[in-house]
Design a protein around this ligand. Structure first.
Ligand SMILES: NC(=O)C1=CN([C@@H]2O[C@H](COP(=O)(O)OP(=O)(O)OC[C@H]3O[C@@H](n4cnc5c(N)ncnc54)[C@H](OP(=O)(O)O)[C@@H]3O)[C@@H](O)[C@H]2O)C=CC1
Ligand SMILES: O=C(CO)COP(=O)(O)O
Length: 348
């Protein structure tokens, strides 16, 4: 254990909920800080295989789980007695799983949300969803940043930000998740951190589509930069701090996701440009494209709060309204050219 890790809490039992890529990689971050890590997955067969082989049979199959990690498909067994809960589920399953978890989660147990998204229909942030289901919003934090699971489990240096309405909760998870190799910064701007994580996935789909259609680096850089401007408007309209968009959850994750070969959002965009549907991509890869869900929820927020969100509107239109790609591009190019940072309260 490094000097940085020595000051960290050593907990008896931490539960990681979700055996997808991020839940699997997150066990490696938590394992040095806990006597026992219990990983919950929906599939009893996958959990049995994890316990027998110490490898997840579906996600990051080459990654060897730490010796103190065990898996179970029983939520009661996973959550009971946990000193901390780490939720790494796709946004579509977060509320239902948190609801099922509620009877077993301790009333004051700190909860960290790794899910990136905004709930369609309610517009709730992922931390709101969890707080509604488990209670005590102050013990809920969200971690976000440029953190492709494939690289995290290789120990590649990375950084993230953890945000909570209560500073003590952010600090608790900063120390639980952070290490010499994984630098975790703290923030009080839960809205900014979570909204940034949702919007960047939508922009990554746009970049993937553009790349799939042959766009060059200039085009992709323009999309990313206008994506941050759009992200900032959404964050500001929802009461967050636009400066957060310049940080790890904003620019950091936007760049990683829009450019990485590991990104499902970016590669889905490329596949979509080549004619593949969302359903086909997700069932072929067994992975979630959160930007497709976020295109709905961020679009709804933009309508509700009258936020200009042209990239989100175009991604929504090509995914759900059948807008041809050529028309989508044209609709972005024909927009009025304005002040660079309009909509942020300084130069409307
Ligand atoms: N992957 C990454 O690098 C990162 C992901 N995230 C975020 O983490 C969250 C989880 O994504 P990730 O770990 O990548 O997931 P993956 O895309 O790797 O896997 C999808 C997960 O969804 C589960 N699942 C599918 N259908 C259901 C269902 N009906 N009920 C419950 N679970 C279901 C799958 O279970 P099964 O394994 O049994 O098929 C699997 O665990 C997302 O919000 C993502 O944006 C954040 C940072 C990094
Ligand atoms: O959020 C992520 C990396 O930080 C993962 O992005 P993708 O879901 O696009 O793979």
């Amino acid at each position: 254990m490094s000097a940085r890790e020595e000051g960290s809490p050593r907990l008896a039992r931490v539960s990681v909920v979700g055996t997808g890529s991020w839940g699997t990689a997150a066990t490696g971050l938590v394992a040095p800080k806990a006597e026992k890590v219990v990983l919950w997955g929906r599939s009893p067969e996958a959990c049995e295989a994890i316990n027998r082989t110490r490898h997840n049979p579906r996600h990051l199959t080459g990654y060897e789980l730490a010796r103190n990690v065990s898996a179970t498909a029983d939520l009661a067994e996973a959550a009971s007695g946990a000193d901390a809960l780490v939720l790494a589920l796709p946004s579509a399953y977060l509320r239902a799983t948190a609801r099922s978890l509620a009877p077993y989660a301790g009333a004051t147990t700190p909860v960290l949300v790794l899910t990136k998204g905004v709930e369609p229909g309610t517009g709730d942030l992922m931390s709101d969803v969890v707080a509604e289901e488990l209670g005590r919003p102050g013990r809920v934090a969200a971690l976000s940043g440029p953190n492709h699971a494939e690289e995290i489990c290789q120990g590649s240096y990375a950084a993230a930000v953890v945000a909570s309405a209560e500073a003590g909760c952010a600090t608790f998870f900063q120390r639980l998740m952070g290490s010499h190799d994984f630098r975790v910064y703290a923030s009080a701007d839960l809205t900014g951190v979570e909204v940034s994580g949702a919007v960047k996935n939508v922009v990554a789909i746009a970049c993937g589509v553009a790349a799939g259609l042959g766009a060059g680096d200039n085009t992709l850089a323009a999309l990313m930069t206008r994506g941050i401007a759009e992200m900032s408007r959404v964050v500001a309209a929802l009461g967050g701090d636009p400066m957060t968009c310049m940080g790890l959850a904003g620019m950091g994750d936007l760049v990683a996701t829009c450019t990485s070969r590991h990104s499902r959002n970016r590669t889905f965009g490329e596949a979509f440009a080549a004619g593949e549907s969302l359903e086909s991509y997700q069932s072929r890869t067994h992975m979630v494209v959160e930007g497709a869900a976020a295109a709905r929820s961020v679009y709804e927020l933009a309508q509700k709060h009258a936020i200009e969100a042209p990239i989100t509107c175009v991604v929504h239109a090509i995914l759900y309204e059948g807008l041809p790609l050529a028309e989508a591009i044209e609709s972005l190019l024909q927009r009025r050219v304005r002040e660079e940072f309009y909509g942020l309260g300084t130069n409307e």
